[in-house]
Design a protein around this ligand. Structure first.
Ligand code: ADP
Length: 261
């Protein structure tokens, strides 16, 4: 149809006047929709060829002697294919999460269970190289989309581990505060310089340092976190100091919590 989408801003202008600005954003909205669909389709289409490559690379590796001249390049090819696969997975996760239409905020999320599971996953990721401390207020449950909340939490936890040198400490907590339920992840890692902090949740934004290039991430993790949180009326807050560590946290507002009975 030829319905238009308008963005309207009303501003106070002097004491007694209002300024009304209307902008036609129909086209921007259409383009944004096309971008999302394109990314989702391309990521989906890339999955099959990557699986085929991965499979044959594994077979070829199995046929080489350990110190044959082909062993090393094959290993590198396999690592890069794995990396592409995980980027494609993250792109798909991001497009699913960006699409808010099917989110159901009325289902209950058992946070005791979720924290217990996150604790086990964190231990598996940390591989005894880190001290991992979990604590939570029992019975402080939430409403929302469990998969999205889990994905927000696990992204923050895996970042904390990836950007902290072995021997460091990761502290994860979920507790009641005046404004709702506060989830936070603190690490004793590399930290982030202040000029980068406001851009970290942008798609593909990665801090250009030796650590980021070594960890081989996609720069999509925090974009996923941001979208998942915004569906739960929450936003990510980041405190960090270079060479000291970081805290990533968010508050699930009171109206989404279900208090213990
Ligand atoms: P990725 O980790 O795949 O690069 P993310 O979106 O998860 O992408 O993170 C974006 C960037 O933010 C990372 O490249 C890293 O530089 C920085 N970052 C995220 N979490 C931490 C952390 N806990 N400590 C230090 N830097 C971090």
């Amino acid at each position: 149809s030829d319905a238009r989408l308008l963005e309207i801003r009303i501003m106070a202008y002097g004491d007694r006047q209002l300024l009304l600005i209307a902008r036609d954003i129909t086209r921007i909205h259409q383009l944004e929709g096309m971008r999302k669909e394109f990314v989702a389709n391309v990521s989906h289409e890339l999955k099959t060829p990557l699986t085929v490559l991965q499979g044959y690379l594994e077979i070829m590796q199995g046929m080489e002697e350990e110190n044959s001249p082909k062993a090393k390049p094959l290993k590198l090819m396999q690592q890069q294919t794995e990396r592409m696969q995980s980027m494609v997975e993250q792109l798909l996760a991001l497009s699913r999460i960006e699409d808010a239409s099917d989110i159901n905020l009325s289902s209950r999320v058992d946070m005791d269970k979720l924290m217990q599971q996150l604790k086990e996953e964190a231990k598996a990721l940390a591989l005894n190289n880190y001290q991992v401390d979990f604590s939570w207020d029992k019975g402080l449950n939430s409403h929302g989309d469990e998969l999205q909340l889990r994905s927000a939490c696990i992204n923050l936890i895996s970042n904390a581990i990836r950007y902290t040198p072995p021997g460091g400490k990761i502290t994860v907590s979920w507790r009641r505060v005046a404004t709702g339920g506060l989830f936070s992840v603190t690490d004793t890692g590399f930290g982030i310089a202040p000029q980068h902090i406001s851009r970290l949740t942008e798609r593909f934004y990665r801090v250009d340092n030796a650590r980021s290039s070594k960890t081989g991430g996609s720069g999509l993790g925090l974009a996923i976190v941001k979208h998942a949180l915004s569906h739960h009326h929450s936003e990510l807050s980041i405190q960090s100091e270079l060479a000291k560590g970081s805290t990533f946290s968010f508050v699930i507002p009171n109206h989404l919590l279900s208090s213990p009975h």
